[in-house]
Design a protein. Structure first.
Ligand code: ADP
Ligand code: MG
Length: 737
C-alpha cells in the first residue's frame, strides 16, 4: 500500500467497498488518524509460549503446535457448528473447540503450525482443553498479531472484534506516514515519555506492558499539557487586559457589614477581602469562591456587587436557573433594605420567561424587557440578575465591571471559555469574574479544568447550624421514614422528596437505556453479556421513581391530609416559580421534585430531604441535595432511599454518610465515577485518557509545570512551531465545539 495521509478517509485506505467502514464509523472512526488513535482498553498477556504438558485448567496461555486433526460438526442444537482440533507439540497434545466458527477448519488445516491463545477449560472427563481460543497460523518470519504476545483488546462493536481491529490497525499503521512529534524534546525527556510514533506503535503493538503503559501515559500527558497550556495562557492573556478598578472604602464596607442582620464568618470576611483586593487592580479578577451549600457565598458576592455599584460599576449576576436568579435577586433586596439608603443600588431581574423586575428605593415594579434593557444600557441599573442568557444574549451594559457566575462547576471547559469570550465588552475592557461553587472540587480537577482560576474558600458554616443527620433507608424502614416526616410536618417543618425522573418509564427512557446498553455491550466481551444487561436495564427502569408517580402516591395514599406539590423541569417557568414560591411561603408541606432543586434554593424551614433512587445521583449531586436542608435553626435529616442498585452505588451512599467534609466526598466521587460523571450532564471535554489522568495528581502537576515553564521562556511558542500549531487547533476546538 502506498503511504496514506493521516487525515485521509478510511474509504481511501481500505477501499470504498470495505464492509468495515460502516462498523468503524459506529465507533466514531472515519479517518486514518481516528483509527490509529483508537486505543486498546487493556492487554492480554500471551507473550509466553507454554508447553502443552504444563497447561493447567483455569489458566490463560499460549501454545505453539502442529494441527494433527481438525473438523467441524453440526451439533444437535439446530444451527450450532462445533469445530474441534487436536494440536501437538513436543511434549503432548491438547484439544481445542470453537463454536459457530466453521471457517476455522479451513484457515488452520492439518499439518500447519499454529499458535493458540486463551483460557484452558476442563472437560467433563477432567481433561484440559482450549475453549474458543484465539488462533494464528505461524508463518515464517511474520510477527504474530493475536497470540504469543501482548494482545491489545479494543473497544469493539457488532461485527468488528478486537481481532478484526488488530488486522485493520496493523495494515493502516504500516501504510501511514511517519508521525511528526509536536511536544518539545526536552519536555519528553524530562517527563520520560516516549516520542509520538514510538508511542503509537507501543500502544497497539507493545513488546512489554511497561512500554504500553508509558505510551498510554504519553497520550494522557499530551492532553493535560494542552489543557494546562490553555490555562496558563489564559491567565497570562487576562493579565494583559484591563478591568475597571473598584476602590474599596474600608469605612463604608465596615458600616455596611455592621448593618447586616448577622456577622460574617471569618472565611466570609477573608473571601470578601480577597475579592476586594483583586478588584482594586485593573488586571481582571478571575476568582472562584468555593464553599459548602449554605456557607454564605451569595452574601459575599452581593457585597462585592454593592461595592462595585458604589464605584459606578455594573454587575451581571448569573445563575443556572431562573429560580436561583430570582432567589439571588431576593437576597439582594434584603441586603439593600438593610444597608444605608444612600448606598442602595438599583437592581433588576431579567429572565427568559420575561420575568423582569426593577427595584429602587424599596419599591418593586414590573418593567418591560425592553425598558429594563435601556436602563441597563444607560447605567440606570447597577446590578442585574438573570440566567446566563444575560451575557450570551448580549444585553448591553454601560459599564459592566463584575460578572458573578453561580454554580460554575456545572460548566465544562468549553462553556467557560465561551463565557469568557462573551463577557468582553465593546471597548476591550473585560469585567472582573467571580465564580461560585458549592461543589467541593478535588484538587486535581481544580488544577486542570479550573486551572486558570484563583480560589477563595469558605470553610465554615454560619454559627448555630446543626450537622445534617444522614441515613440510608432500606425497604423495610420506609414506613418508619414516612412516619417521621409526618411528625416533623406536625411540628411545622417541610420536606423535599427528590426523584430521579419526571415521568414513569417512557419512550425517552427506553431510548436512553438502549444507548447505555450499546455502550455496555461495546465493552462487554462475553456473548451472554448483551441479554443480561438488557434485562437488568428493564428492571432498573421499572424501579426508577418518577415525580408524577410519587406525587400521586404520597398525596393520595401516604399523606392524604398533608399539602403535597410537585416541581420538575418540564413545567413552564411560571408554574415552577409558583411551586417554589408556595413551598417557600409554607403553603405546601412536601415538595416532590427532580434535580431542578439541586442548586442553591434556600428554604430555611425545610428539615427533611428524602432522596429516592439515591444510587442514580452522583455524590456531588447528593451533596447538593442534602444541602437544601439544615439552612435554618432546625435539626435536619437526609434519607437516602436506595433502589436495587449496584455495588458502586452502595459505596457512594456510604461515602456520603461517612465523609467528614465535602472535599473528601468529592475525591471519592472522582475515584468512583471519574470526572465525566462528576460534572453531571455537562461535558467535561475530556478524552478517556485524560479522564484517567485527572485521577493522577502527579501527572497533573507535571503537565502544569511543563506548560508554565515553556510559556515563561517562550510565551508565543515561537521556538516550538509544531506545538504552537497543535495548541492553536486545541484552542479552536475549545471555542467552537
Ligand atoms: P450559599 O450561596 O453559599 O449556598 P447563601 O449565601 O445562600 O449560601 O446563604 C445561606 C443562608 O445563610 C442565607 O439565608 C443567608 O442569608 C444566611 N447567611 C449567610 N451568611 C451568614 C452568616 N454569616 N450568619 C448567619 N447567616 C448567614
Ligand atoms: Mg448558593
Amino acid at each position: 500500500m502506498a503511504r496514506i495521509a493521516l487525515d485521509a478517509p478510511l474509504s481511501e485506505a481500505l477501499g470504498s467497498k470495505s464492509a468495515f467502514l460502516g462498523r468503524l464509523e459506529k465507533l466514531g472512526i472515519t479517518t486514518v488518524r481516528d483509527l490509529l488513535w483508537h486505543f486498546p482498553v487493556r492487554y492480554e498477556d500471551f507473550s509466553k509460549i507454554y508447553k502443552i504438558n504444563d497447561l493447567e485448567p483455569g489458566q490463560e496461555a499460549t501454545i505453539c503446535g502442529v494441527v494433527d486433526d481438525i473438523n467441524t460438526k453440526r451439533a444437535w442444537r439446530r444451527g450450532m457448528a462445533i469445530t474441534e482440533a487436536l494440536i501437538t507439540d513436543d511434549t503432548g497434545s491438547i484439544r481445542a473447540v470453537w463454536f459457530n466458527q466453521p471457517y476455522i477448519a479451513n484457515a488452520m488445516g492439518v499439518g500447519k503450525t499454529a499458535n493458540l491463545s486463551g483460557k484452558i477449560s476442563r472437560s467433563r472427563e477432567g481433561e484440559p482443553y482450549f475453549s474458543n481460543p484465539a488462533y494464528e497460523i505461524a508463518h515464517d518470519g511474520a510477527e504474530p498479531k493475536h497470540t504469543a504476545r501482548l494482545v491489545p483488546v479494543y473497544p469493539e462493536t457488532k461485527g468488528l472484534t478486537s481481532r478484526g481491529l488488530r488486522f485493520i490497525i496493523q495494515k493502516i499503521f504500516e501504510a501511514s506516514p511517519p508521525l511528526v512529534e509536536w511536544i518539545p524534546k526536552d519536555i519528553l525527556a524530562r517527563e520520560r515519555l516516549p516520542e509520538l510514533s514510538r508511542a503509537i506503535r507501543a500502544i497497539h503493538f507493545p513488546d512489554t506492558i511497561d512500554r504500553a503503559l508509558a505510551a498510554k501515559k504519553r497520550f494522557a500527558f499530551e492532553e493535560l499539557f494542552l489543557l494546562q497550556l490553555h490555562n496558563v495562557n489564559q491567565k497570562l492573556k487576562r493579565a494583559e487586559r484591563t478591568a475597571p478598578r473598584v476602590a474599596a472604602d474600608i469605612e463604608k464596607i465596615k458600616a455596611m457589614l455592621a448593618a447586616l442582620p448577622f456577622a460574617l464568618t471569618q472565611s466570609q470576611k477573608r473571601s470578601l477581602w480577597e475579592i476586594m483586593q483583586d478588584m482594586e487592580k485593573t488586571r481582571p479578577m478571575n476568582r472562584l469562591l468555593q464553599g459548602d451549600v449554605g456557607s454564605g457565598k451569595t452574601v459575599v458576592a452581593a457585597l462585592a456587587a454593592v461595592i462595585a455599584a458604589e464605584n459606578g460599576i455594573q454587575t451581571a449576576f448569573m445563575a443556572p436557573t431562573e429560580i436561583l436568579a430570582r432567589q439571588h435577586f431576593e437576597t439582594m433586596k434584603k441586603i439593600c433594605a438593610t444597608i444605608a439608603a444612600r448606598t442602595q443600588p438599583v437592581i433588576g431581574l431579567m429572565t427568559g420567561s420575561g420575568a423582569v423586575i426593577f427595584y429602587e428605593n424599596d419599591v418593586e415594579a414590573k418593567i418591560s424587557k425592553k425598558d429594563l434593557g435601556k436602563k441597563i444600557a444607560d447605567g440606570g441599573v447597577a446590578i442585574v440578575f438573570g440566567t446566563h442568557a444575560l451575557i450570551e444574549k448580549s444585553v448591553s451594559f454601560k459599564k459592566l465591571g463584575l460578572a458573578v457566575v453561580d454554580e460554575q462547576h456545572r460548566f465544562g471547559v468549553r462553556q467557560r471559555a465561551a463565557l469568557q469570550a462573551a463577557s468582553k465588552t465593546k471597548n476591550g475592557i473585560v469585567p472582573h469574574l467571580l465564580s461560585m461553587s458549592a461543589t467541593p472540587i478535588p484538587r486535581t480537577l481544580m488544577l486542570t479544568v479550573f486551572g486558570d482560576l484563583d480560589c477563595s474558600l469558605i470553610t465554615e458554616l454560619p454559627a448555630g447550624r446543626h450537622p445534617i443527620e444522614t441515613k440510608i433507608v432500606g425497604l423495610r424502614e420506609r414506613a418508619g421514614a414516612y412516619d417521621f416526616i409526618r411528625r416533623q410536618i406536625k411540628e411545622g417543618r417541610q420536606a423535599f422528596v427528590i426523584c430521579p425522573r419526571v415521568e414513569p418509564t417512557d419512550a425517552e427512557n427506553a431510548a436512553a437505556a438502549a444507548s447505555r446498553r450499546m455502550r455496555i455491550s461495546v465493552h462487554s466481551k462475553t456473548a451472554g453479556g448483551f441479554g443480561m444487561f438488557e434485562a437488568a436495564d428493564r428492571r432498573a427502569l421499572q424501579d426508577v421513581k418518577s415525580v408524577k408517580e410519587e406525587y400521586e402516591k404520597l398525596s393520595k395514599k401516604i399523606f392524604p391530609g398533608l399539602r403535597v406539590a410537585f416541581l420538575h423541569g418540564r413545567m413552564k417557568p411560571k408554574e415552577k416559580e409558583a411551586a417554589m414560591q408556595n413551598f417557600k411561603d409554607g403553603k405546601t408541606d412536601i415538595l416532590v421534585a427532580t434535580s431542578v432543586v439541586e442548586v442553591g434554593v434556600d428554604i430555611p424551614n425545610a428539615s427533611i430531604m428524602m432522596i429516592e433512587g439515591a444510587n442514580r445521583f452522583g455524590l456531588a449531586q447528593l451533596y447538593q441535595f442534602r444541602g437544601r436542608v439544615g439552612r435554618g435553626a432546625h435539626r435536619s435529616y437526609c434519607f437516602l432511599m436506595a433502589d436495587a442498585g449496584s455495588a458502586a452505588a452502595g459505596a457512594r451512599a456510604k461515602a456520603i454518610v461517612s465523609a467528614k467534609n465535602g472535599f473528601e466526598l468529592a475525591e471519592a466521587d472522582l475515584r468512583l465515577r471519574g470526572p465525566g460523571e462528576f460534572f453531571g450532564v455537562a461535558q467535561s471535554g475530556f478524552s478517556d485518557a485524560a479522564m484517567e489522568a485527572v485521577r493522577n495528581p502527579l501527572l497533573v502537576k507535571q503537565s502544569r509545570e511543563a506548560a508554565a515553564d515553556i510559556l515563561k521562556k517562550d510565551p508565543y511558542l515561537l521556538r516550538a512551531p509544531l506545538l504552537k500549531e497543535k495548541f492553536a487547533a486545541f484552542e479552536a476546538s475549545i471555542h467552537w465545539e
